[in-house]
Design a protein around this ligand. Structure first.
Ligand SMILES: Nc1ncnc2c1ncn2[C@@H]1O[C@H](COP(=O)(O)OP(=O)(O)OP(=O)(O)O)[C@@H](O)[C@H]1O
Ligand SMILES: [Zn+2]
Ligand SMILES: [Zn+2]
Length: 802
């Protein structure tokens, strides 16, 4: 008996293990690891992933697999194993891990279509009776014609047919008409002679065909030869050519990219790439941290490392943060590697994503450039993995499975014995500390390729502006410089750190904010009881009426939205053309790209935006970057607030003066004496690292300790508090001495979508100290999670504390 071990799509932890199912005879050739099946489960039919196929089972009465969903595996052996590791690492359901690796089309309701990828007469007679000249037909027809699954899968394997998934009414596989030659070249030349003078158009078509021996798009042919369909049809009747429907991939980035050649590397770049190439040659896994200032040519190093990998006929994965995945970025890869590149990001439609994924699955491309989930690209022969802007928090997934792409990259790098490069101008403290300890190999680029100095960064003290009587959001210096750029027809990038939302109070006269004594994070204002609270340790204090430092009464909430700034800009600079980029103006598909293109074409003087404009932009005419209020991030209730501010200031300043024209940066702040602002202005990453590490050590934060965050939420406030307290009690009984438990405390955003939210935080040194207690908690509350709408999430290496 053949038995399939299956992960069932039922998210209840108690049953989150493999189930044995008998494979009926007619499905035995089809059911393989990585294929999805439909199986009976209790009274229902559910979906499951086949993980293994064996010859026996410890159970004697097995239910049978009902049917298959896939006729070839959608996941590789490596990815199936990786899902197990993800489950253990992030404490998620195995099925969530498996699903996270597939494009969304597989989660939607879809139909299947059968595509012939060979001549019809290659198929057995019964099939021909049935296909009757069709190249595409609904899968259902195969089933109702009684064609066996075994046969279908055999033909898929032999590449006679292909099964494609089509979301109902949504993403029809796109087709176009192609012209194919049916006869040898000599035959065509013979025809040329035979055709009379009158058939000039037909002759032109044949001549064109002789020059182009690939299948041509009908449209293209008609355009180039300047003919109607008629002469082409005549040639088809003569049996010389054939018109066929072929699939075209939806490729939003399709454009004829002129191919670029590798640039001669600078000596710094050469020093950096050598050890990487060494590892590639030796087929060894190593984690590299590439620390290179903005504009130092990191991307060129990536491109040439990938080039080396492609020579070995291996594949490359490049992760880029979603918002940096601009057309500019894509073009750099496509114009180096042409059609070998697939692009995956959330801006694509479900259909487009599926098309890109299929190119990878069918090994039609060798390089994938994508956002976080591209780390699961189903390549089987990976030669390098690159994570650009490794400090970006978007590499951590906030939904289950709560994985970090860096850790998955490490897993796959080890599996394929290939190097992994983490690149950034501002690495995370975690990564830099690992590089210092030699866990990662550190590679450094200290100079810009164009030998321009990094732009001069000036800090403006907004308290002084207030003293002078300037109550606007723009300092005199910023106003003057913007006017100056508008006059010189150069461009300005203005950044506001956040859209509207703020939780902290600050004194506008002295810049003081209230910090928790135990946690070194800003206290959060709670409207309900007018108190300040630390949401890590739950310490509470009354909201002061005057500044504890300078006794000023100008102590209040902090924060302005982009829209307000835009209005103020219009008042100040009447003649300026402004583009605003934030979540509101970029939510529509393609809006992000369109706005950037407009700015690139110099159709605006000022680009105003949230941090989404800090990354990856490369416009030669930008000579001034302004940061409206550096404080908005500096005082987030998050232990990484300083680190994030440092990164952001460095990144955004990197947008100025990238080419011929020198750049300049203006940073407005109420706390100019803060070490983060000062060191960022000097581009002193090393100095910042040392200083910030002291803070992390003193308050037991990463990289000295690991964190795990437990979020509890319920519609009933009392219930949320009760459960949080119970969990805290349970944990404190089970956690050892070396582990610190903090909370429960209300989340900074106490209520979201009518749910009350609480959190607990654990600081630990070793996973073995926390795994068992956390599993116990999850098991204890599983019933309440299922029945009473309690939400309980466990988040290792958390980045989001709101
Ligand atoms: N060896 C080289 N010779 C000439 N030009 C180069 C070389 N390497 C890179 N460049 C050019 O220098 C500019 C900056 O390089 P690149 O964008 O790769 O830097 P980066 O470190 O990735 O920048 P950032 O981190 O700011 O995005 C680009 O225009 C690139 O084409
Ligand atoms: Zn004050
Ligand atoms: Zn605290």
């Amino acid at each position: 008996m053949k038995v399939a071990k299956v992960v069932v799509d039922v998210a209840v932890s108690a049953i989150d293990s493999l189930f044995d199912y008998e494979i009926p005879k007619q499905l035995q050739q089809v059911v393989k690891p990585g294929v999805r099946v439909i199986i009976p489960f209790g009274p229902r039919k559910v979906m499951g992933f086949v993980i293994e196929v064996t010859d026996f089972s410890h159970f004697d009465k097995l239910k049978k697999i009902d049917s298959v969903m896939d006729y070839e595996p959608v996941l590789t052996r490596e990815l199936l194993d990786l899902s197990k590791w993800l489950q253990q690492e992030t404490l998620c359901f195995r099925v969530s891990a498996l699903q996270a690796m597939l494009p969304a089309v597989f989660k939607a309701k879809y139909e299947k279509e059968v595509w012939l990828i060979t001549e019809e007469d290659q198929l057995p007679f019964e099939w021909q009776m049935f296909t009757q000249g069709r190249e595409v037909f609904p899968f259902e027809e195969l089933e109702s014609a009684g064609i066996k699954a075994k046969e279908i899968s055999k033909f898929v394997e032999e590449q006679l047919i292909e099964i494609k998934y089509v979301v109902k009414g949504k993403n029809k596989v796109k087709t176009d008409t192609y012209v194919e030659r049916m006869v040898e070249e000599v035959k065509l030349i013979e025809q040329l002679d035979e055709l009379g003078k009158q058939a000039k158009k037909q002759r032109n078509v044949i001549e064109y065909l002789l020059d182009h021996d690939k299948p041509l798009r009908l449209k293209e042919l008609m355009q180039h030869v300047d003919v109607t369909r008629a002469p082409i049809k005549s040639l088809e009747k003569k049996g010389l050519i054939k018109l066929v429907q072929k699939e075209i991939y939806r490729d939003p980035h399709q454009a004829n990219h002129e191919l670029t050649k590798p640039l001669p590397l600078t000596s710094e770049q050469q020093n950096v790439i050598n050890p990487v190439i060494d590892q590639i040659n030796q087929i060894k896994h190593e984690m590299f941290l590439l620390h290179g200032v903005t504009g130092s040519g990191k991307t060129e190093v990536y491109l040439q490392s990938i080039d080396r990998v492609l020579q070995d006929d291996k594949e490359a994965i490049v992760l880029v943060p979603e918002i940096a995945l601009t057309p500019q970025m894509v073009t750099r890869f496509k114009s180096r590697f042409g059609d070998d590149v697939a692009v995956l990001h959330s801006g694509l439609s479900t259909g487009e994503k599926y098309d890109e994924w299929r190119k990878i699955h069918r090994k039609e491309v060798k390089v994938v450039v994508g956002a976080r989930s591209a780390i699961f690209a189903p390549f089987e022969n990976i030669g390098i993995i690159i994570i650009d802007e490794e400090h970006e928090t978007t590499y951590k997934q906030e939904d289950y499975p709560k994985y970090h792409a860096r850790e998955v990259a490490k897993y796959r790098g080890k599996y394929h014995q290939c190097p992994v490069i983490l690149g950034s101008a501002t690495p995370t403290l975690e990564s830099y500390a690992r590089a210092q300890k030699g866990v990662y190999q550190l590679l450094e680029l200290t100079e810009r390729v164009n030998e321009q100095a990094l732009p001069d960064m000036k800090i403006i003290d907004m308290r002084k502006e207030l003293e002078k009587g300037n109550r606007t959001m723009f300092s005199d210096a910023l106003v003057e410089k913007i006017n100056d750029r508008i006059k010189r027809k150069e461009q300005v990038v203005l950044m506001l750190n956040r859209r509207g939302y703020s939780t902290f109070v600050m004194c506008r006269e002295c810049g003081e904010t209230v910090q928790c004594q135990h946690c070194d994070i800003s206290m959060t204002y709670h409207r309900t009881n007018h108190k300040l609270k630390c949401h890590y340790c739950n310490e509470e204090q009354a909201m002061p009426n005057q500044c504890p430092e300078c006794e000023s009464e100008a102590i209040r909430f902090f924060g302005t939205g982009t829209q307000k700034v835009e209005e103020a800009l219009k008042e100040h600079f009447e003649q300026a053309r402004i583009i605003r980029m934030d979540v509101d103006t970029t939510s529509r598909k393609g809006a992000h790209e369109r706005l950037l293109k407009k700015f690139g074409n110099q159709e605006a003087d000022i680009l105003l935006g949230t941090q989404m404009i800090a990354k990856g932009l490369d416009f030669e005419n930008v000579t001034l970057v302004g940061v409206i209020a550096a404080d908005a991030i500096l005082h987030l209730p998050d232990f990484r607030a300083s680190e994030k501010s440092f990164q952001l200031l460095t990144q955004v300043s990197g947008r100025a003066g990238r080419h011929e024209l020198p750049g300049e940066v203006i940073v407005q702040t109420y706390t100019p004496e803060h070490y983060t602002v000062k060191l960022a202005a000097q581009y002193d990453f090393e100095g910042f690292f040392k200083r910030e590490m002291q803070v992390r050590k003193r308050f037991l934060y990463p990289p000295y300790y690991f964190l795990v965050l437990i979020n509890i939420s319920h519609e009933n406030h009392v219930k949320a508090v009760e459960v949080s307290q119970k969990i805290a009690n349970l944990l404190s009984e089970q956690l050892g001495e070396t582990v610190q438990l903090m909370g429960p405390s209300p989340s900074p955003m106490l209520r979201i979508k009518d749910r009350f939210r609480y959190q607990l935080m654990i600081k630990y040194k070793s996973r073995t100290d926390v795994d068992k207690p956390l599993e116990n908690v999850l098991n204890t509350f599983q019933k309440e999670i299922n029945r009473e709408d309690l939400q309980l999430t466990v988040d290792f290496e958390p980045y989001y504390f709101m």
